[in-house]
Write a protein that binds this ligand. Structure first.
Ligand SMILES: Nc1ncnc2c1ncn2[C@@H]1O[C@H](COP(=O)(O)OP(=O)(O)OP(=O)(O)O)[C@@H](O)[C@H]1O
Length: 490
């Protein structure tokens, strides 16, 4: 059988790390083929090789039986393959039209013509976006659609979607799937990377599993037992996570009173007690992230107060919040999360107050011990504490941010979408770490788009259009919670 895309016997090393060890994939024309594996299994490395961004140390890539072009011939790659990443590749300061025709308008740019062509292209691919809007104004969903349209307009018949749903809410995911089905009917071949195995079952025909840099298996999705897929990924049978019991104390450790921020949320009151895990749920635009960012000191409200451990740190002043005893896992980990060129150890033990010299230097011995414990507890795949975080796989870098939030045993913890981009088994380690923190007396606010994450909460506050509309105790069903989130039921 001739495959539309084939990677054979690929070897790729980064210094001491072997990211791919004689691994490969075979994707038939017109299929949607999933690639799954734990964090650090080698998926992104394969993507960089299939898109011509990196050269393998050994092995071969072919498209429709022909050898891949040389790395320098970017146009030839663009005609064969495109990748829609979680992080945007469009340039925010340029308009949508300019982004669509970047690098191909020839020497002289005829602006009017360019705008008209962009509008045509968006119409052809049914993307409802203003061609003249700055690309930076687009939401994640619209931005992905523009990237897909751009890929198709280059003539690419193979599209890689790398965790496209990690930052989309339920209805947006459904719209993406509808579009993917339509593309498939038009003959577009897709490779789909996701840590959500239910999505693999919904949208893919075959699945390839990588584990520890190796190809483990390729199977038809239909009829493949879920347990078998998880076992192939993890190398062992993995039971579903069971939420524990929490002992809730008397003391309120995190409190908001009359908190409002224009355009984001209105008159929010909440109180989290020691040992309590409180969820914040809501669809995109509900205000949950804005609220959580204010609770964590990342953003200032227009009015109202935030109290951490009886203290009232200045809003928007992260070091003041950290000094009051708060730990935070931010939403945007690349901007606020970690410093890529510092090591796992330095990032893990660097709450910002220390950087300011408040407590002087951290002893190297203590840093090493604490980091080693967290690497083990959170299941971080790394060569060791000295490795720069920028060299880790996406999911593992994320776990370093988590480690940093926990390093000082915070009395209040705000975590935003902690399991996005994290594999099935690591999710359990992270949820376990949240519950352990609560067990040590921390009060936790857990914001998540994942209903499974919210199951560990003692109660879930549901937000709709900037207001907390319901306080839902443990024991809810998916259907009940989603109905409140979508404003169908109060
Ligand atoms: N530039 C680099 N320098 C050093 N090591 C790297 C580099 N890029 C990747 N690696 C290593 O290669 C291995 C595979 O990483 P890769 O990013 O391909 O994993 P992944 O399966 O995409 O993981 P995730 O699900 O977390 O995104 C990891 O151990 C990672 O640390």
């Amino acid at each position: 059988m001739k495959f539309h895309v084939e990677a054979r016997n690929i070897v790729k090393r980064f210094g001491p790390t072997t990211a791919l060890h004689h691994a490969g994939i075979q994707i038939a024309a017109g299929e949607t083929h999933a690639l799954v594996g734990r964090n650090g299994a080698g998926k992104s490395t394969l993507v960089s090789i299939l898109t011509g961004l990196q050269r393998p140390d050994a092995g071969e890539v072919t498209f429709a039986g022909e050898r891949a072009p040389s790395l320098a011939d970017r146009d030839a790659w663009r005609r064969r393959v495109a990748c829609v990443y979680q992080k945007p590749t469009i340039i925010p300061a340029l308009t949508v039209a300019e982004n669509l025709f970047l690098n191909r308008q020839g020497r002289f740019v005829k602006w009017r013509e360019l705008r008209a062509r962009a509008r045509d292209l968006l119409n052809t691919y049914e993307v409802d976006v203003d061609a003249e809007a700055p690309a930076g104004d687009l939401g994640v969903e619209q931005r992905q659609l523009v990237e897909i349209a751009r890929a198709l307009s280059f003539g690419a018949t193979f599209i890689i979607l790398d965790e496209p749903t990690a930052r989309l809410d339920g209805p947006a995911i459904e719209r993406l799937f509808t579009r993917m089905r339509a593309l498939r009917e038009q003959g577009v071949t897709m490779m789909y990377i996701s840590h959500h195995l239910d999505e693999v079952y919904e949208i893919c025909q075959r699945v390839t599993v990588f584990r520890d840099a190796r190809h483990v298996t390729t199977r038809q999705v239909y009829g493949l037992p879920h347990d078998e897929l998880v076992t192939a990924m993890t190398g062992e049978a993995t039971a579903a996570y069971q939420a524990g019991e929490h002992t809730i104390g008397e003391k309120t450790v995190l409190q908001a009173s009359g908190l409002s921020l224009r355009g984001r949320y209105t008159r929010v009151d909440l109180a989290v007690r020691a040992g309590e895990v409180v969820g914040l749920a809501g669809s995109a635009g509900s205000g949950k992230i804005g609220l959580a960012e204010t609770l964590a000191g990342l953003r200032k409200a227009d009015s109202g107060t935030v109290t951490v451990n009886g203290r009232r740190p200045r809003q928007g002043d992260v070091p003041a919040f950290l000094a009051a005893g708060l730990g935070v896992v931010p939403e945007d980990r690349h901007h606020e999360g970690f410093v890529p060129f510092l090591s796992v150890g330095e990032n893990g033990t660097m709450p910002i107050m220390r950087k300011l010299g408040r407590y002087g230097l951290v002893s190297p011995g203590r840093r090493r011990t604490r980091t080693e414990t967290l690497i083990r507890d959170l299941d971080i795949k790394t060569d060791g504490p000295e490795q720069p975080v920028g060299d880790l796989s996406g999911g593992n870098a994320q776990k370093v941010v988590f480690a940093r939030a926990l390093v000082d045993d915070p009395s209040a913890l705000v975590v935003m979408n902690p399991t996005a981009g994290v594999d099935v088994k690591s999710k359990q380690a992270l949820l376990g770490a949240v519950e352990d923190a609560a067990g040590r007396g921390a009060g936790v606010v857990l914001v998540s788009d994942e209903l499974d994450d919210l199951r560990i909460c003692d109660r879930v506050l549901v937000m709709f259009h900037g207001r907390v509309v319901k306080d839902v105790p443990r024991g809810w069903t998916d259907h009940e919670l989603v109905a409140v989130m979508e404003g169908i039921q109060e």
